[in-house]
Design a protein around this ligand. Structure first.
Ligand code: ADP
Ligand code: MG
Length: 323
């Protein structure tokens, strides 16, 4: 992109967009940003890329895209128990479209303000529409919620409800629908796909209580699978306990449970709690999370259904289960 247009895009749309923090000694406009990390904390870093046609539809509203591009990164910080501080933005644009840039930057700014995270730099290039955001947060290294801390006997929890975004995606693709859904239900499910709420407060409050955590981006089975693998343990899930939204409670139960187990993009947290913290977690997060199972020494994930049947759910195993 020519120096002038790149410079003016940055100046007009990004330079003063987000909260200005005291720990940013130098922000957008130099070769590097200069940043101050608080004592006794380390920086938690994560990057995500969204590519048009792969991660979002070409006709998605730029406001929603700006929001979601940051939301997925914030969700990674939440899953670590980290407090958001800064982010960088690498933007590849096919052309300069002021309306698009205005919408995109305002969606981004909305969420950035909610979580006091500052845009401190980036890169702007020409090409197929691609958005990369790298987020930075603070966490005390000993308390960070890693995937590897789960132990046999710990309990498995999830925040919110599961499967909504997956159902929303199927609705948008017109590959699935259910006659029991009302207009508001369909709207809710699509909104869960387009504007996930990163669970930062819960993640932060889990520091010192949870033994492991992950955000659910690929689906409960896949993401709990990462905890099981990294922690070298197994898991048993109680199918009847999977939290379903009121929208998904209206549809065929097996289909709803499949969405809850398998579909991604909900950006809820799955976290693991050792026995000595059950009580406090139940009290602290009443109504915000659900206990869905237990960590075992099985080295695999099993699901107990409503008839007390135990089924192992690994990759191909899932087809067997769904039939
Ligand atoms: P350099 O040539 O040193 O890489 P650039 O011309 O790419 O610098 O960028 C100039 C300044 O603008 C840098 O501080 C960079 O971090 C910032 N910047 C570039 N693109 C973006 C963007 N999309 N969002 C935020 N800041 C950006
Ligand atoms: Mg550059």
């Amino acid at each position: 992109m020519s120096a002038l247009s790149e410079f003016s895009i940055i100046q007009h749309y990004f330079e003063q967009l987000t909260p200005q923090r005291d720990d940013v000694l130098l922000g957008i406009g130099d070769d590097c940003a200069l940043l101050q990390c608080p004592a006794d904390h380390v920086v938690a870093v994560s990057i995500d890329t969204l590519v048009e046609g792969v991660h979002f539809f070409p006709d998605v509203s730029p406001e929603k895209l700006g929001y979601k591009s940051l939301a997925v990164g914030l969700s990674d910080l939440a899953a670590m128990g980290a407090t958001p501080a800064w982010f960088t933005l690498a933007l590849t644009l096919p052309r300069v479209n002021p309306d698009w840039l205005k919408g995109f930057s305002s969606g981004l700014a909305d969420l950035a303000k909610q979580h006091n995270i500052q845009l401190i730099g980036g890169d702007t290039t020409r090409g197929s529409l691609t958005i990369s955001i790298q987020v930075h947060g603070f966490v005390e290294p000993k308390k960070a919620l890693k995937r590897s801390g789960a132990q046999v006997g710990d309990l498995i929890y999830v925040t919110g409800s599961l499967g909504d975004a997956g159902a929303g995606l199927q609705l948008q693709l017109q590959q699935w629908d259910d006659e029991n859904l009302e207009k508001e239900d369909r709207h809710y499910l699509v909104q869960r796909l387009e504007q996930p709420s990163p669970r930062l407060t819960i993640g932060h409050n889990l520091l010192g209580l949870a033994s492991a955590a992950i955000d659910i981006s690929d689906g409960l089975l896949a993401d709990l699978g990462h905890i099981v693998e990294k922690s070298k343990v197994g898991a048993r899930l109680d199918l009847a306990k999977l939290p379903l939204s009121s929208a998904l409670s209206k549809i065929n139960r097996t289909t709803a449970q499949q969405f809850a187990l398998q579909s991604g993009d909900d950006y809820e947290l799955c976290f693991i709690v050792p026995p000595q913290h059950f009580g406090e977690v139940e009290k602290l997060f009443k109504g915000q999370c659900t206990r869905i199972g237990m960590i075992t020494d099985d080295q695999s994930i099993y699901v107990i259904d409503e008839n007390d049947n135990l089924t192992e759910l690994t990759g191909a195993g899932y087809d067997h289960f769904s039939s």
